[in-house]
Design a protein around this ligand. Structure first.
Ligand SMILES: *[C@@H]1O[C@H](CO)[C@@H](O)[C@H](O)[C@H]1NC(C)=O
Ligand SMILES: *[C@@H]1O[C@H](CO)[C@@H](O)[C@H](O)[C@H]1NC(C)=O
Length: 312
C-alpha cells in the first residue's frame, strides 16, 4: 500500500510536469527504459535537414565507449523505433559494448520506409535515406563517435533501407546487414511515388544482371569512387512477403558492385551458422550471403553474429 501510494503520487507529479509542456516533454524527455536497458532512450528532433519527416530516436548506454561506434537499427513495416528498441537485441548489446544505437522511424502510415522515390534513391536527395544519413552525422558530432565504425542493420522494409543506405551513403557506412530485404532500387516506382509497394519486386519477378544491378547502385551516387560497405544478406527460402529470389538478386547486385562472380563464392559452408542455413562468402568477407532453408519472412535477428560481422 505504502509503495503504491508513493508510486501514484510520483506519477501524479510526473503527470503535472508533462501537462505543463506537453509538446516539449513528448519530444525531448528521455523515455523511461522499459526493461534491462540502463541507458537513455530519447527522441532527437534537431538532427538537421529532414524534408521527408523521418523521426530519430537514440539509445546511449550508461557506459559509452570513448569514440563509440554507431549502429543504425531500422524497423520493419508496421514497426516503430520503440518496437525495435524493445523487441530486438541491439540496446542490450550496446550496454555490453558501449556503442550508440540510432532507431530511425518511418513518417508514413503503415510505417514502411520510402525505398521507391527518386529522392530516397539519391545521395543527398532529401528522402528518408538522406534523413537517416543526417541522423548519423549529428550523432558522430554530438558523441565524438568513430566515423570508421558506422553500421546499418534492418529487417524487411528496414532491410530494404539498409541496402539503400549502403548504396546512397557508401562513404558513411562501414558495413550493413540485411534481414530479408530486396536489392537497392528494386522497389523503384516509375510514377516517382514515395513509399510505394512494388509487387513485381516483392514477388521476386525482377531479375537482372550483376552489371545492371550495380549500375543502379552507382547511379544513386554518381561520381563516387571510394570504398563501399561490407554487406551481409540474410534471406529465408520460404519467404512469402519478399520472395526468396530477392536474395539472389541482392547477391548479384553487390557481386556486381564488388566485381565478384555470384556463382563462385570463395567459400560455402553448409549448416552455418545453424542447421539448414548456408553461408556463402566472397572476397574475404566483403560480401556474405546467408540463405536460410525453410525459413519464412523474416529471418530472426542474430545480434551477437551481427556484432562479429561489424567487428564490434
Ligand atoms: C517496380 O520496380 C522495377 C525496378 O525494380 C521498375 O522497373 C518497375 O517499373 C516498378 N514498378 C512500378 C509499378 O513502379
Ligand atoms: C538462389 O540462391 C540460393 C542459394 O544460393 C539457391 O539455393 C537458389 O536455388 C537460388 N534461386 C534461384 C531462383 O536462382
Amino acid at each position: 500500500m505504502k509503495l503504491l501510494s508513493y508510486l501514484s503520487s510520483a506519477l501524479a507529479l510526473l503527470g503535472s510536469a508533462v501537462m505543463a509542456h506537453p509538446v516539449y516533454d513528448e519530444l525531448m524527455t528521455p523515455v523511461a527504459p522499459l526493461k534491462r536497458q540502463s541507458g537513455s532512450y530519447q527522441q532527437i528532433t534537431n538532427f538537421g535537414p529532414n524534408p521527408s519527416g523521418a523521426k530519430m530516436f537514440i539509445y546511449t548506454p550508461n557506459r559509452l565507449a570513448p569514440n563509440p561506434a554507431i549502429v543504425v537499427a531500422i524497423h520493419y513495416c508496421t514497426g516503430t523505433a520503440r518496437a525495435f528498441y524493445t523487441g530486438r537485441p541491439y540496446a542490450q548489446l550496446a550496454d555490453q559494448k558501449g556503442f550508440i544505437v540510432i532507431y530511425p522511424e518511418s513518417p508514413y502510415s503503415g510505417t514502411c520506409w520510402d525505398v521507391s522515390s527518386r529522392a530516397t534513391l539519391t545521395h543527398n536527395g532529401g528522402g528518408n535515406s538522406n534523413a537517416i544519413a543526417n541522423m548519423v552525422t549529428w550523432a558522430l558530432q554530438r558523441y565524438n563517435a568513430d566515423p570508421t565504425k558506422v553500421f546499418a542493420v534492418g529487417e524487411s522494409s528496414g532491410a530494404m533501407m539498409a541496402n539503400v543506405l549502403a548504396a546512397t551513403y557508401p562513404e558513411l557506412f562501414n558495413a550493413a546487414i540485411v534481414y530479408s530485404g530486396t536489392p537497392a532500387g528494386c522497389f523503384y516506382s516509375i510514377s516517382g511515388g514515395v513509399n510505394q509497394w512494388n509487387g513485381t519486386c516483392s514477388n521476386g519477378q525482377i531479375r537482372s544482371t550483376p552489371q545492371i544491378w550495380a549500375k543502379m547502385v552507382f547511379d544513386m551516387y554518381p561520381g563516387y569512387d571510394g570504398p563501399r560497405p561490407r554487406m551481409q544478406i540474410y534471406h529465408g527460402s520460404a519467404d512469402s512477403t519478399l520472395h526468396a529470389n530477392n536474395y539472389n538478386e541482392t547477391i548479384k547486385q553487390w557481386c556486381g558492385v564488388f566485381g565478384f562472380d555470384p556463382n563462385r563464392p570463395d567459400s560455402t559452408q553448409a549448416n552455418t551458422p545453424q542447421a539448414r542455413y548456408t553461408t556463402y562468402t566472397w572476397g574475404n568477407g566483403q560480401l556474405v550471403g546467408i540463405y536460410a532453408q525453410g525459413v519464412g519472412h523474416s529471418v530472426p535477428i542474430r545480434g551477437q553474429d551481427d556484432l562479429r560481422f561489424f567487428g564490434l
